[in-house]
Design a protein around this ligand. Structure first.
Ligand code: 5GP
Ligand code: ZN
Length: 113
């Protein structure tokens, strides 16, 4: 499958890994928008939130557990951070492998759109 994040998970494209387990992979965004900008992705290829179903949604809950842990480890839990998932064209999704941006380390813009 021609998916850049599947290739990163497989180790075919290098990445700065911050966390990995059986179902989740997390790595630094190549174009950080904040001092802390990590992408947390399911290892299973799910294109976007549009493809989340009862069959695969357990990994989403697990991603939030990982996000909570990583926020502490990366030192942003206390001051706060944002988790963002873009879905589709109007949200500006550019990589069609579901991913959660964890952003922090500075006050973030309040505007949601
Ligand atoms: P989206 O715009 O789809 O919500 O987010 C995609 C994110 O993936 C962007 O923030 C972009 O910088 C990041 N990205 C794209 N290609 C790569 C890559 O090869 N390596 C890493 N580490 N991040 C990438
Ligand atoms: Zn993929």
């Amino acid at each position: 499958m021609d998916c850049i994040f599947c290739k990163i998970i497989a180790g075919e494209i290098p990445s700065q890994k911050v966390y990995e387990d059986e179902t989740v992979y997390a790595f630094k965004d190549i174009n950080p928008m904040a001092p802390v900008h990590v992408l947390i992705v399911p290892k299973q290829h799910i294109a976007s939130v549009n493809e989340v179903t009862a069959e695969n949604s357990a990994v989403i809950a697990h991603i939030y557990e990982v996000a909570s842990q990583l926020a502490k480890e990366l030192g942003v839990a206390e001051d706060g951070y944002r988790i963002v998932t873009n879905c589709g064209k109007n949200a500006g999704q550019t990589v069609f492998h579901l991913h959660f941006h964890l952003l922090g380390g500075t006050p973030l813009k309040i505007e949601m759109c």
